[in-house]
Design a protein around this ligand. Structure first.
Ligand SMILES: Nc1ncnc2c1ncn2[C@@H]1O[C@H](COP(=O)(O)OP(=O)(O)OP(=O)(O)O)[C@@H](O)[C@H]1O
Length: 261
């Protein structure tokens, strides 16, 4: 069964067509990276899959049409890390991560010992325990980004939607976070749909890629089929060399000869 099956998804915002008939399938346990230039519609696609905006067409999650999933049930299936999540003012890191357990807390009830343990375990795995009592607002951008991921992981959902999960992270933390997500994918069969701007990193971790351009799928397939010099020139206007890496193609930007010495 597919974790995500999106067919002919169309989104209009402010009178403009943002997604213009996008098809996207993600098999359970797969990691699919959505790439494409700024404004292509990557975040919009993730938000449609996550139920965060209205769309036309159809999206099914684990075989159930998304619009038939009650909110609470959807939250047990899909966890999203947005690009810039709204952070409640004055909230401590542990309490924020604990919000991930909301879909399991009975109405008017309190978090159980298991919920507290789940939040603590994620903090440990992301090496964030020392920040547990700190106010979220006092963390650095990269620390905060890992806390956002921690909250999503605490949700324990089988589908993880990541919108640019590594933008604020240094190279070591980028690898730490993506390796952890990959490990969870192997251990728990987690499915990952992620927008990613770093094409080499996307190619190393993703099984498949979908290249969006102007709200349509311009290419999709294995990283080596999508990360080609021709496609990247055509859709990003980028001069790059693509070289073979151990785990996928590596994309190296090349300076224009006209501006070189
Ligand atoms: N509420 C809105 N009204 C009008 N246009 C919108 C609205 N929200 C988003 N857009 C436009 O939709 C397009 C796609 O936005 P989206 O955030 O999905 O792009 P993206 O591919 O994720 O880009 P980036 O790489 O810059 O994050 C952009 O041109 C954006 O300006």
């Amino acid at each position: 069964m597919s974790a995500v099956e999106a067919l002919d998804v169309r989104v209009t915002l402010g009178g403009a067509t943002i997604l213009d008939g996008v098809d996207l399938t993600v098999a359970a346990g797969e990691w699919v990276a959505v790439i494409g230039p700024n404004g292509a519609g990557k975040s919009t696609m993730l938000r449609a899959v996550g139920g965060l905006l209205p769309f036309m067409g159809s999206i099914s999650l684990f075989g159930t049409p998304a619009d038939r999933l009650p909110r609470r049930q959807r939250a047990r299936l899909v966890a999203t890390v947005a690009q810039a999540p709204v952070v409640p003012a004055g909230m401590a890191v542990f309490d924020y991560v604990l919000l991930g357990r909301t879909p399991y807390v009975p109405p008017l009830g309190r978090e159980s010992a298991a919920d507290l343990a789940a939040a603590g375990e994620v903090l440990d795995r992301l090496d964030l325990r020392r920040f547990a009592g700190r106010q979220l607002a006092t963390l650095s951008g990269g620390e905060r980004q890992r806390v956002f991921l921690a909250r999503a992981l605490a949700q324990g959902a089988p589908l993880l939607l990541l919108d640019e999960p590594t933008t604020a992270l240094d190279i070591g933390h980028q690898q730490e976070v993506l390796d952890l997500v990959d490990e969870l994918r192997r251990d728990r069969g987690l499915t990952v749909l992620a927008t990613m701007h770093d094409l080499s990193i996307a190619g190393e971790y993703a099984d498949r890629m979908v290249l969006l351009a102007s709200g349509r799928v311009a290419a999709s397939g294995a990283p080596r089929d999508v990360l080609t010099e021709e496609l990247l020139a055509a859709h990003y206007g980028a001069r790059v060399r693509v070289i073979d890496g151990d785990h996928g193609p590596l994309v190296v930007p090349v300076r224009s000869t006209a501006s070189g010495a």
